[in-house]
Design a protein around this ligand. Structure first.
Ligand SMILES: *Cc1c(COP(=O)(O)O)cnc(C)c1O
Length: 357
């Protein structure tokens, strides 16, 4: 046996495709269909590239202050990282250090089990009910931590904040992470609970509701002691995580409240219209409070629809996984993109009907 036996072998997370062709309709990775705010764009233009000679502020102070200001928090209650993937990975590493299993749903963000495997954290996947909803009482047992995406992905289902509070309150022995990547599309955040529950950490991102997936900015909000422990781990790993440009762009972005609110409003409006359109075509949908729809059709395999759409340059997301194999996750794009999607789906269903005749 050689060196191979000492290698850490992992099955990595598989991100959605990022095709190069700009003419495609890209509804597969839940990016915002609208560009970053004008104030963000201006901050990026104003940025002096010469400053990149110097390391950035390891504490990302300007960004932390902007986020803390937006949410009415102290700087000591905010942590920032390279997308919420980085923030969540740091949270797993910092908070899930016991022998008991960490709990999260069987159908949820598929990075959670990857991090658990990578960091050798014991975990158990708790099945969603038959409507793909989280049953809070299923989490009433001893565990080493809990992770809830709210709204959940890829189902889009939102848990009322009272249910989140029930879970957090029942588990003073462990840290509960609430991943609110999609909370700005109509949900109520668990953020006010962080002052009441010292074991709660709320994670959000600039990638979806703040139009900045490419800049890689995520953040966590919690009691200052949790943030301190998180920083200790981060500084033991990589001190300069946020680039100078990301700090500037992020701080400018979060100050443009009007643009943020308008983009979220539009996406929610398009979501409801698109849901009606899909239902009219015979699809069944979960109740999504996010910027995507989760749809299945009783007469056609999701994989066949996925392949057909792909052939027409429309990318959506499909997983070859138990329980959700017959579902498609469709990001809410612009009204026009969703119309083109609707036309393609109608055409596909017509062809199927003709073939069956
Ligand atoms: C998109 C997403 C994230 C991470 O996004 P980042 O771009 O890394 O901020 C985290 N959790 C869920 C549930 C997501 O859908």
């Amino acid at each position: 046996m050689g060196f191979e036996e000492n290698i850490r072998r992992v099955v990595p997370y598989v991100p959605g495709e990022q095709p190069k062709d700009k003419n495609l309709i890209k509804l597969n990775t839940n990016e915002n269909p609208y560009p970053p705010s004008p104030r963000t764009a201006e901050a990026i233009r104003q940025f002096d590239p010469g400053l990149n000679r110097l390391y950035p502020d390891p504490a990302a102070g300007k960004l932390i202050r902007a986020i803390a200001g937006r949410y009415g928090l102290e700087d000591s209650e905010v942590f920032a990282g390279v997308g919420s993937d980085d923030v969540l990975a740091m949270c797993f590493l910092t908070f899930f250090n016991g022998g008991k299993p960490v709990l999260f749903p069987d159908i949820t963000y598929s990075f959670y089990d990857v991090w658990a495997e990578l960091f050798r954290i014991p975990y158990e996947q708790v099945p969603l009910d038959e409507h793909f909803r989280i049953r809070p009482e299923d989490y009433d047992r001893a565990c080493g931590g809990i992770v809830i995406a709210n709204p959940n992905a890829p189902t889009g289902e939102l848990l009322p904040v009272e249910e989140i509070e029930r879970i957090v309150g029942a588990h003073p022995e462990c840290v509960v992470i609430v991943d609110e990547a999609y909370i700005d599309f109509g949900g109520e955040s668990a953020l006010p609970l962080i002052r009441k529950y010292k074991n709660l950490i709320v994670v959000q991102t600039f990638s979806k509701s703040r139009n900045l997936a490419g800049m890689r900015i995520g953040y966590a909000m919690a009691d200052a002691s949790l943030i301190r422990w998180l920083n200790d781990v981060k500084y033991s790993f990589n001190s300069y995580t946020m680039s100078r440009l990301a700090i500037e762009a992020g701080a400018a972005c979060i100050r443009d409240e009007a643009y943020f609110a308008e983009c979220c409003r539009r996406i929610m409006e398009t979501r409801e219209k698109s849901a009606d359109m899909l239902r009219a075509l015979g699809f069944r949908l979960t109740d999504s409070a996010s910027n995507f729809l989760f749809a299945t059709h009783p007469d056609v395999q999701a994989k066949d629809i996925f392949d057909y759409l792909r052939g027409r340059g429309i990318y959506v997301r499909w997983w070859d996984k138990p329980r959700i194999r017959n579902y498609l996750r469709i990001t809410v794009g612009t009204d026009r993109e969703m119309e083109v999607l609707g036309e393609a789906l109608a055409e596909f269903l017509r062809r199927i009907a003709t073939a069956l005749r």
